[in-house]
Each structure stands twice: as structure tokens, then as C-alpha cells.
Design a protein around this ligand. Sequence first.
Ligand SMILES: *Cc1c(COP(=O)(O)O)cnc(C)c1O
Length: 396
Amino acid sequence: MTDHSEDDWNPQTALVHGGVQRSQFGETSEAIYLTQGFVYDSAEAAEARFKGEVPGFVYSRYANPTVDIFERRMCALEGAEEARAMASGMAAVTAALLCSVRAGDHVVAGRALFGSCRWVVETLMPRYGVEATLVDGSRIEEWQAAVRPNTKLFFLESPTNPTLEVADIAAVAALANEVGGRLVVDNVFATPMMQKPLELGAHVVVYSATKHIDGQGRCLGGVVLSDKQWIDEELQDFFRHTGPSLSPFNAWTLLKGLETLPLRVRQQTESAARIADFLADHGKVARVIYPGRKDHPQADIIARQMSGGSTLLCLELKGGKREAFAFENALRIVKISNNLGDAKSLITHPATTTHKNLSEEARAELGIGDGTLRLSVGLEHGDDLLADIERALAAV
Ligand SMILES: *Cc1c(COP(=O)(O)O)cnc(C)c1O
């Protein structure tokens, strides 16, 4: 028998107790340290703290006790050595990408990216002399063909937004290793419960904690996880000096979210799978894409790299925008919103909202049609959700 130390805990336990640092009051729930700075007992103590000779906090832009608990708990969940929490998912993605490249470097990224991620790669990075090639992330040949002598960074989302395509993370990570580059994975759609990119060989994982980690629609947050060397050498100075720091209050909210993450993701996935099966057999539905169904285009990769399905599904209604809008408008429980991962079920029409800035051609490349809808399944009872969806389909 092992001593069953913190490293041996199951995720459910790590997400309740991981990273806890109690104050002298011995509080049960984690304390919110809503402070900008810290005071020192003496000038010598300040000097030692700044030299790094004595551990401790210096300024909340760099680190804060509540934020620190959140980072440690995320490390325990992800199996990462280090983490830096950020003010939003985009702060996390931008920091992870920009700190890794210099002018003259080249990036290869899966083309099906969250809109703002795509803007950072396609529009922002070239302004600073970093070129990007966007590829079909589900085709490893395209990743291989895009590599140049100056390729330093690979970036992908899997499953993707909104069509839930899947990339072979281990294969892209192997390619990155072969050419001396690094792979950054945006793991938001999979959640840390269903996919562990670091175990699959990725070098860096990023999350929008706004989504499933909060999971209750309250605050924005993000986190970057990797090995200690990469955080120390690449991310740390960028993070300290550009200031995308997470508010201690939001860190506390996200900590509370982590306590229930496994329960919520399990329940939401179970309902999503039921709804996907129902929709797949419905006469008004042209296509359902759900990681977890055998008819998913990359079902073989999913079986290898994900431990379960998804809380999200993508459906294509027969007809187009008129039918999609009629369906959305007839829903009573499911809300129309561009967010995801929430306790409330949310539906999005990507072509007119999240992906409206893409050209029609770019949307077609991503498989986003006028009848495409993305459904983020919440915590309502599955029977009620199915009834709502069935009734709304009848109204189309
Ligand atoms: C929401 C999201 C982001 C951005 O996160 P914010 O917290 O909104 O800044 C990045 N990537 C993916 C896949 C997302 O869903």
C-alpha cells in the first residue's frame, strides 16, 4: 500500500482539497486575499523577498495567495508542474503564444479556432513579424506539409468550435518534437476531465476558465499550464511585465467551480449524448456531430485521446437560416447565447454570431452552414431538455 499522498488523489479529491493554504484562522473555505500588495517585517525581509531568498508574495500582478491556490489546484488536475492564472481565456492564449515566438518565427495552427484565437494568430502575430499557416487540424499531412525551417510553434483546439472536429494531439506533438517546436493546446471544449494534452505530448495547455471551470456564468478567467522550465524561461517575464493577472475574487469563484467540475461535466456529457442520439434520428436534422458517437468523423482518434464525450454538440438543420432561427426562437429552456460550458443550456447560430466575421468561403471550409447550430448542454434534467428540443423542432 502506498501512503496515498496528494499525488495519488483522484481528480474529485484534488479538486476539493488541492492547493489549499489556510491562514492562521483555519477557515474551511479558501480565503479571498483581495490585496494588491504585501508588507514586510523589516527592510532586510523586503530585500530577501525581492532577491527570492525567502519565499513569499510581493505584488498581486505577479502572484497572490488565492490565485496561487487556484493555480496549484489546476496543476493537480492537469498533472502539470506549473500554472499561471490569467484574467480571461484570451489573456491566457495570447500570453502562451506571444511569449513563445520572436520576429521571424513561423507558427502552424489548426484553422478551426475560437474567433479571437484566430485573430491573434492570423492578424496580430504577423504585425510583429511572426507568420502563420492555418491548416485543416484533423489532417496530419497538412501539419507536416506546413512546417518551415523557422517553425517554432504549433497551436490547436480539439474538439474545435463549433463543428467539434478532432486533431490527433499525440501526432502533432510528435511532429513538434521532431522539428524542435512546441505544441500549445486550447483544451476548453474537451475540459480537463475528458482530455489530458500534456500526457499526449503537448508542451503547453491553455484554458478559458470562463467556460466549464466556472461553469455557472459568473466571471472570466484563464490559465496556462506547462513544465516549470517553460514557465520560468518563456512565460514568467512576459506575464509579470504585461499584467494579464487574474483577480483574487475571480480566482476564488473559479476555485469553487473546480470543486464541482467533475460532477457537472459528467452530468452535462450524459445529457449531451442523449440529445445527440435523439437528434441523429430526427427527420428535420441533416447531421449531428458529437464526439462520443460512432459516426463522428474522427471517432478513432477520440477513442485514443479522450476519456469521454463532450458537453457540446453541433447540429445541422435541414433548410438553412430560417429553420435554424425558428428552432432557436421556439426553445424555452435552452437559451440563445454565444457562451458555453454553463449550467444553463445555451444555443448559438455561429454563422450570424460567433463566426459572422469570417468570409462565406472561410465558414464553408469550417463546415459552418446557415443551418448549423452549436448546443452547449447544461445541468437541467435531461428529460426536460429533450422535451424542449422536441417541441421546438416540431415548430420548425
Ligand atoms: C471562450 C474561449 C476562449 C476565450 O476565452 P475568454 O475567457 O472568453 O477570453 C478561447 N478558446 C476557446 C476554445 C473558447 O471557447
